[in-house]
Design a protein around this ligand. Sequence first.
Ligand SMILES: Cc1cc2nc3c(=O)[nH]c(=O)nc-3n(C[C@H](O)[C@H](O)[C@H](O)COP(=O)(O)O)c2cc1C
Length: 367
Amino acid sequence: MTVGAPRDDRHQFYGALRRLLFLVPPERSHELVFAALRGATLAAPARRQLSRRLAPTDPVLASTVFGARFPGPLGLAAGFDKDGLGLKAWGALGFGYAEIGTVTAHPQPGNPAPRLFRLPADRALLNRLGFNNHGAAALAAKLARHSPDVPIGVNIGKTKATPPEDAADDYRASARLVGPLATYLVVNVSSPNTPGLRDLQAVESLRGILSAVLAETSAPVLVKIAPDLADPDVDDIADLAAELGLAGIVATNTTVSRDGLRTPGVDGLGSGGISGPPLAHRAAEVLRRLYGRVGDRLTLISVGGIETVDDAWDRITAGASLLQGYTGFIYGGGLWAKHIHDGLAVRLRDGGFASLTEAVGSAAAKP
Ligand SMILES: Cc1cc2nc3c(=O)[nH]c(=O)nc-3n(C[C@H](O)[C@H](O)[C@H](O)COP(=O)(O)O)c2cc1C
């Protein structure tokens, strides 16, 4: 039995498939699944069929954010499709949008393997991929050829070889390439897998980076933050984002904390960020803090440990206009996004909300 997904025959099928896939090393199985998803959505008729079954069509789930129409609030989180190889797949698989990347100004191979691990007893993942990607220019070329059926955000990070003092120029170079082609742009300063990256969250560094990116692009700009920040640092970044006129904040990235993990042998796996349910409590806490502080001025995207309809509803009513998931998709399978969207539609109607936007922040003290 699994948590957070429909309990029907098709789900049992994914349970069996997942057991098979989990026999294959994680990064290889990611490549296999990704190739299969791309294959299944390559031809327009197949895409239409899938979309008819999985894409959110209930108008109560739709909202307009960053000037674009999002058919449903749940998107694919950054890191799954780093290079935009599946641009046509995500809408057909039931996601309301996708965040592509992280891409960096220069292509880079990432860290040596093994660098991705499953923690099955925690329904979690540990990764230290280190921004393996083909670079912002390659993604820009892909985006330019693509006519999206759902909004596409792009997440940019710092090239590993770029020294911290040149970080602003590195982010600026990526923003110049992908900004004009993205529904929104995320400045990622929160991956634990690029040495020194998270130090860029210090307000003095962040101000320079965000100002450079804002000057370079007219796309809505958001910043993605770590769950491991102390509360006063969360507040400082929120204030800076509001002061600079950012469009929003994505909270949160993976955590370096190993607290509460049940999977045996985690300590032997080495460094990296944990995603999935162990992150849920802190991700929700950071969301609440942000909403209380800047919820009236910034759009909040909540990500981290969203697995069930309850999780998703909790984040919407706590102040998130949009949601994202990565690990929930790995453990929940191809029907996961649909399951969450269907459940949210029921919650909205049961709660008497005429639209998703009405429900955003409805359980929170108004900011
Ligand atoms: C394998 C893997 C790779 C990731 N790569 C990125 C990345 O390139 N950029 C980024 O901003 N976040 C990345 N993330 C973090 C996710 O976008 C997300 O913030 C985090 O996993 C928490 O969400 P989840 O619990 O739904 O997985 C990655 C996560 C995983 C599991």
